[in-house]
Design a protein around this ligand. Structure first.
Ligand code: F6P
Length: 359
């Protein structure tokens, strides 16, 4: 009997259930009734506390289009993994212990950056691990794409589309803040797809004088409105020059619920305009996966089952040059895939006159 544990960890995204289904269906096809799949609840929390349930094949039916995760998820920071818990003691040891108690042959872990650091640690500690790259941020090193990204992109773009009509009616300036954590993939693609006039990314620090210049230029061209897509991790040139400590302190002093409000206030003051802010936030992670993510997550999931069948552990299933391939966890863990400044999407955006606030 093959015994496979599966968990989803970190922020949820669209396509998690499609990926879980892909893993499970492919395992049942390969092993028939010679496989048992254990759903570990709420990510690493369930593995630490020994909360899991034996899944039935029917648990994986009808979930392809379902948003969220049927297993539940939680954020368990990597930094805290070696900090002993009062009741449980060492969390890594607890996870190893539960893996043994469940008599697992391997663990399938669906997660983003933080999740992969812990997955790599568990692999180094001797557990058989296979991971799948999930996050709307697309910031996982080692794969060209993560599932969740395209679904979130559809939603973020729709927000900008809707803002376009009301901005046009009123002749207003709008800032739409797009998720993406510390990288700009989602705001970049949503900004271009939604026809934003300016896109502010964490990778390209902005100068307030360039935001003012952009609005003035659009006024001169007789444009009635402007839309600025701001990454939640956008930073100014002054902030980019700060040390990590100074930056943290400066950000801690900001009382606004999102960085866009600060930018709007400063821009509003400098140009004597009212600037409206829209922060779609977790809406971008909600609902079911788009067709690309359904197909992509299924592809990744079924490939994970193949790796399990071959006993090929210690890898993340990744997309490279259009192919699904295994990438060692040790190469993935702890690295961030930021937007390269010379990437073609940035070039195309600049070519059509979109400003990034740096010039
Ligand atoms: O990683 C996905 C993400 O949605 C980021 O874009 C965002 O910075 C973060 O998660 C929000 O985290 P939480 O769901 O814990 O508020």
């Amino acid at each position: 009997m093959k015994r496979v544990g599966i968990l989803t960890s970190g922020g949820d995204c669209q396509g998690l259930n499609a990926a879980i289904r892909g893993v499970a269906k492919a395992l049942y096809v390969e092993f028939g009734d010679k496989v048992e799949i254990y759903g570990i609840l709420d990510g690493y929390r369930g593995l630490i506390q020994g909360e899991y349930r034996l899944m039935k094949p029917s648990d994986f039916s009808g979930i392809l289009t379902l948003g969220g995760t049927i297993l539940g998820t939680s954020r368990q920071p990597f930094k805290q993994m070696r900090v002993p818990d009062e009741k449980i003691g060492d969390k890594v040891e607890a996870m190893k212990e539960n893996y043994k108690k469940m008599k697992l042959d391997c663990l399938v872990i669906l997660g983003g950056n933080g999740t992969h650091k812990t997955a790599n640690l568990l692999s180094e500690e001797g557990l058989n691990v296979v991971t799948l790259p999930k996050t709307i941020d697309n910031d996982l090193w080692g794969t060209e794409m993560t599932f969740g990204f395209y679904s979130a992109l559809e939603l973020a773009t729709e927000v900008i589309d809707c803002i376009h009509t009301t901005a046009t009616s009123h002749g207003r300036v709008f800032i739409v803040e797009i998720m993406g954590h510390k990288v700009g993939w989602l705001p970049l693609y949503a900004g271009v797809a939604g026809g934003a006039d300016m896109i502010l990314l964490p990778e390209i620090p902005y100068k307030m004088e360039n935001l003012i210049k952009m609005l003035d230029n659009r006024d001169k061209q007789g444009k009635r409105f402007s839309i600025i897509a701001v990454a939640e991790g956008a930073i100014s040139e002054e902030e980019a020059k700060m040390s990590k400590k100074e930056f943290k302190k400066a950000r801690a002093e900001i009382t606004d619920p999102a960085i866009s409000y600060k930018i709007a206030r400063e821009l509003g003051k400098a140009t004597n305009r009212e600037i409206r802010v829209v922060v779609p936030g977790h809406f971008q992670r909600g609902g079911g996966p788009c067709s690309y993510d359904r197909a992509f997550a299924t592809r990744l999931g079924s490939y994970a089952a193949r790796l399990i069948s071959n006993g090929n552990y210690g890898n993340m299933v990744a997309l490279r040059d259009g192919e699904i391939v295994p990438v060692p966890l040790s190469e993935v863990a702890g690295k961030l895939k930021t937007v390269p400044l010379d990437c073609s999407m940035i070039k195309s955006a600049r070519d059509i006159g979109i400003s990034f606030g740096d010039e």
